[in-house]
Ligand binder design. Structure first.
Ligand code: FAD
Length: 479
C-alpha cells in the first residue's frame, strides 16, 4: 500500500533520529529549513538514548551506590547488603528514557520538524522511499543527511549450534540493558568499554562476572597507566579476567550456557555460565540504505566518507554520527549534527574541533582527550608528561578513593597542552578542562596558574602542571 507521496520537494530529510540526526533536524528547524526526520524506532533518541549511553549510565549509578555502600565499611559505616527490586530498578531506568524521548519529540515539534516513523531507503540521489506498517511513501528532497548510526556486531562463529542465536541466555548490549534478571554467573566476551561497563553493573548487582579479552589488556587502545587502576579494581569485583584468551562453542544447555575458554594458548577449558554477554563491537548502518543509488563512497570499514563540513562526495547528501566514522560517540554525533545544519543553512560552520573526549564510565572512570601515550610512541612525538597521583590528593582521601591518576601531555618547547588523561572517580566530569585547554591553546603554565577549588579532584590537574613546571625549574608565572 502506498500511504501517499509528498507532493512538494522537501528542503531537508534526515535519516535516523539518534543524537546526530535529532540534533541536526532541530538545529535545521531553528534555522528555518523545512525538515523531515525519519526513524524506524518508536522512540526518538537512537542507540544512545534507548539502548546505549543513558540506560547504561542509569544502571552504573545504581552499581556505584552499591559499591560505595560496600566500601563505607572502611571508615566505619556498615550497611546491610541491599535488597534489589529489579522491577523497580528497570522502571526507573525506563522512565528516564521515556522522559528524555518525550523531550526530543517536543523539541522537534516546537522547531517545526516533521517526524515520520518508518524505514528509509534512497531510490536515487533526490528521493527516498519510506516503508512502515502503514505502507510506503516517497519523499523528494533537496538535501539529505544520513544519520543512521551503528549496530551490534554479531559473531555467529562463537556458537556451537546456529539455533542458539536466539538463546535468551546469550545477551548483547541491548538485551543486557533490559535487565530481565540478575545472572548468578555472567561471562562477558570482550574487554572493551561496553563490556566493562555492563560487567560492572552486573557484578554490583551480585553476578559472578568473568571477562574474556582476546588482546593482552583490557580496553585495547587506551593508555596502560590509565587502565591499570581500573584493572586493579576490577580484579577485586570480577571473579576472573582472562587476557590473551578466546571463547568458543557457546551452547545453550537449558540451565545455562556451556562454552570453551582458551586462556593464553593453554588447553581449552569447558565452563558453564548462567548467561553470556557478547560485546565485541559495533558496525556502521550503511549497507541497507540504498546508498549505491547515490554514488556515495564508503571506506573499507563501511563508514561513509565525509569532509570537515560532513559532506559526502554527493553534494546533496551529508553524513554524521556513527555512520560516518570513528570515534563512535554520541557527543561527536551531536556536534556534527549542529555543524551540518549550519553548513546547509549557509552559515560559516565546520567540524573543526581539535579533540573529541572519551570516557569509560566504570569505577574508577577513565577519561582522556587529545594525544595519548600510545600515539606518542607510534608517531615518535616530542612531548613531556606531567603526572599527579591521586594518592596525594586531599579530596581523593576524603572520598576514601585514591585509586587515580591525572596526567597532562604537553609540548616542552611551546608548553602547549596536547593531551590529558585521567583515571579516578568522576574523571569524565574533569576531562572538559583538558578539552577546553587544548581547544583554547592553553599552556601548562595556564593550568598551573588557574585557581582550582580546594579540596577538589580538579586540583589534581593544577598540581600535575605545577609539579612538572617545578621539575623543569620553570616558575609558574612564566609562560
Ligand atoms: P544512533 O544513535 O545509532 O541512531 C541512529 C538511528 O537511526 C537509530 O534510531 C536507527 O534505528 C535509525 N535508523 C537506521 N537506519 C535507518 C533507516 N534506514 N531508516 C530509518 N531509521 C534508521 N556514546 C557516548 O558518547 N557515551 C556513552 O556513554 C556511550 N555509551 C554507550 C553504551 C552502549 C551500551 C552503546 C551500545 C553505545 C554507547 N555509546 C556511547 C555510543 C552512542 O550510543 C553512539 O555513538 C550514538 O548513539 C551515535 O549516534 P547516531 O546519531 O550516529 O546514531
Amino acid at each position: 500500500m502506498v500511504v501517499g507521496d509528498f507532493a512538494e520537494q522537501i528542503d531537508l530529510v534526515v535519516i535516523g533520529g539518534g543524537p546526530g540526526g535529532y540534533t541536526a533536524a532541530i538545529r535545521a528547524g531553528q534555522l528555518g529549513i523545512k525538515t523531515i526526520l525519519i526513524d524506524e524506532q518508536t522512540n526518538l533518541g537512537g542507540t544512545c538514548l534507548n539502548e546505549g549511553c543513558i540506560p547504561s549510565k542509569a544502571l552504573l549509578h545504581a552499581a556505584e551506590v552499591i559499591e560505595l555502600s560496600n566500601e563505607a565499611a572502611t571508615f566505619g559505616l556498615q550497611f546491610q547488603r541491599p535488597q534489589i527490586d529489579i522491577n523497580k530498578l528497570r522502571s526507573w531506568k525506563d522512565g528516564i528514557i521515556d522522559k528524555l524521548a518525550q523531550g526530543v519529540a517536543g523539541l522537534c515539534k516546537s522547531n517545526q520538524v516533521q517526524v515520520i516513523k518508518g524505514q528509509a531507503r534512497f531510490l536515487n540521489e533526490q528521493s527516498i522511499l519510506v516503508s512502515s506498517d502503514a505502507g510506503t511513501s516517497q519523499i523528494q528532497f533537496k538535501q539529505a543527511i544520513v544519520a543512521s548510526g551503528s549496530s551490534i556486531v554479531k559473531l555467529p562463529s562463537l556458537l556451537k549450534n546456529p539455533k542458539d542465536s536466539n538463546s535468551k541466555r546469550i545477551l548483547d548490549s541491548r538485551s543486557a540493558l533490559q535487565l530481565q534478571e540478575i545472572p548468578t554467573s555472567l561471562l562477558v566476551v570482550g574487554g572493551g568499554y561496553i563490556g566493562l561497563e555492563l560487567g560492572t553493573v552486573y557484578a554490583a548487582l551480585g553476578s559472578a562476572v568473568t571477562i574474556v579479552e582476546m588482546t593482552d589488556g583490557l580496553l585495547p587502545g587506551v593508555d596502560r597507566d590509565l587502565v591499570k587502576p581500573l584493572a586493579n579494581h576490577l580484579s577485586t569485583t570480577f571473579k576472573n579476567i582472562f587476557l590473551n584468551s578466546k571463547v568458543s562453542n557457546l551452547e545453550d544447555v537449558g540451565d545455562g550456557i556451556a562454552c570453551e575458554i582458551i586462556v593464553e594458548q593453554a588447553a581449552a577449558k569447558k565452563e558453564k555460565f548462567d548467561y553470556v554477554l557478547v560485546s565485541v563491537g559495533r558496525k556502521p548502518n550503511t549497507s541497507d540504505l540504498g546508498l549505491e543509488t547515490t554514488m556515495i563512497e564508503l571506506d573499507k570499514s563501511g563508514f561513509i566518507k565525509i569532509d570537515q563540513f560532513c559532506r559526502t562526495n554527493n553534494k546533496k547528501i551529508f553524513a554524521i554520527g556513527d555512520a560516518s566514522g570513528q570515534p563512535m560517540l554520541a557527543h561527536r554525533a551531536m556536534r556534527q549534527g549542529q555543524v551540518v545544519a549550519e553548513v546547509i543553512a549557509g552559515l560559516p560552520s565546520a567540524f573543526d574541533n581539535i579533540v573529541i573526549p572519551a570516557v569509560v564510565y566504570t569505577e574508577p572512570e577513565i577519561a582522556w582527550c587529545g594525544v595519548t601515550d600510545i600515539e606518542v610512541k607510534e608517531k615518535g612525538l616530542k612531548v613531556d608528561i606531567a603526572k599527579f597521583p591521586w594518592s596525594a590528593s586531599g579530596r581523593a582521601m576524603t572520598l576514601a578513593n585514591t585509586n587515580g591518576l591525572t596526567k597532562i601531555i604537553y609540548d616542552p618547547d611551546t608548553m602547549l597542552i596536547k593531551g590529558m588523561g585521567i583515571v579516578g572517580p568522576r574523571a569524565g566530569d574533569l576531562i572538559p578542562e583538558g578539552v577546553m585547554a587544548i581547544e583554547a591553546g592553553l599552556t601548562l603554565t595556564d593550568l598551573a596558574n588557574t585557581i582550582h577549588p580546594h579540596p577538589g579532584l580538579a586540583e589534581t590537574i593544577g598540581e600535575a602542571a605545577q609539579t612538572a613546571l617545578h621539575r623543569q625549574g620553570r616558575r609558574s608565572k612564566q609562560s
